[in-house]
Design a protein around this ligand. Structure first.
Ligand SMILES: Nc1ncnc2c1ncn2[C@@H]1O[C@H](COP(=O)(O)OP(=O)(O)O)[C@@H](O)[C@H]1O
Ligand SMILES: [Mg+2]
Length: 223
């Protein structure tokens, strides 16, 4: 099972937005997927309600995340995406404990990068794979990133925080699609927003394969 946890103590960094768009990619007939919306704001619960799609389950404000993940496994879910509140509360650490991969969305600003380090510290303490994703970024010019994005990437590299090589640009379709219960690809498949989310999804699949392979190798060494 894959458990993706969206965490960052900074509100507005894009946890719920990325969780919804990725969930719409992941949830397919052959890929039973559960969203756990543990942000009291309930953004994903609202989106899920409008969406009304059978391949995607939802639980919200779960008290015990470890139990909820175990139950999801018993129920046959293969993917679990957990959205968390913008703080450093115990529930965030509990979610991270269950993670196959922690996704830390961040805007490209000094304050956001400073805030991200708290979430990174939790993931490191719990020895969980994590990656930052630069979100709501100014558009690229051709292949060139905006200076503010390049600076943010430099700061993340200096902090030895793994960061996805792409970016999710600030785009209206990434907000408008959610208001109709869709992901960017369902809303407008040829949009640039859909293309960027698709690239993020490909990168995540690759990272998850690498994570599972490394656990397998470690397991065969231990055997
Ligand atoms: N890439 C993006 N393009 C456009 N709007 C975005 C993008 N990412 C986030 N937003 C908007 O920013 C706001 C905060 O995003 P949200 O996902 O709710 O953050 P969080 O869950 O981390 O608090 C929302 O209104 C959302 O629609
Ligand atoms: Mg949120």
């Amino acid at each position: 099972m894959n458990v993706l946890v969206f965490a960052s103590r900074k509100g507005g960094s894009g946890k719920s937005t990325l969780a919804a768009h990725l969930a719409s990619y992941i949830a397919q007939p052959g890929r039973p997927t559960l969203l756990i919306d543990n942000d009291p704001q309930g953004s994903l619960s609202l989106w899920h309600k409008i969406r009304d799609q059978e391949h995607l389950g939802l639980k919200h404000n779960v008290r015990n995340i470890a139990d909820a993940v175990k139950e999801a496994k018993r129920e046959g879910y293969e993917w679990v995406l957990i959205d968390t509140p913008p703080n450093k509360s115990a529930i965030v650490a509990e979610a991270i404990k269950q993670a196959t991969l922690v996704i830390i969305p961040t805007r490209a600003s000094l304050f956001d990068i400073a805030a991200l380090q708290d979430t990174v510290a939790i993931a490191r303490d719990l020895r969980k794979p994590y990656a930052a994703v630069i979100n709501a970024a100014p558009p690229k010019r051709g292949e060139a990133e905006a200076p503010v994005v390049a600076d943010a990437r430099g700061a993340l590299n200096a902090l030895k925080v793994p960061v996805w090589s792409g970016q999710i640009t600030h785009r209206p379709e990434l907000t408008l699609s959610l208001a109709t219960g869709e992901g960017a690809r369902e809303y407008e498949p040829s949009s640039q927003g859909a293309e960027e989310i698709g690239r993020l999804w490909t990168a995540l699949e690759r990272s998850l394969n690498a994570i599972h392979n490394s656990y397998k190798k470690a397991g065969s060494r231990a055997a």
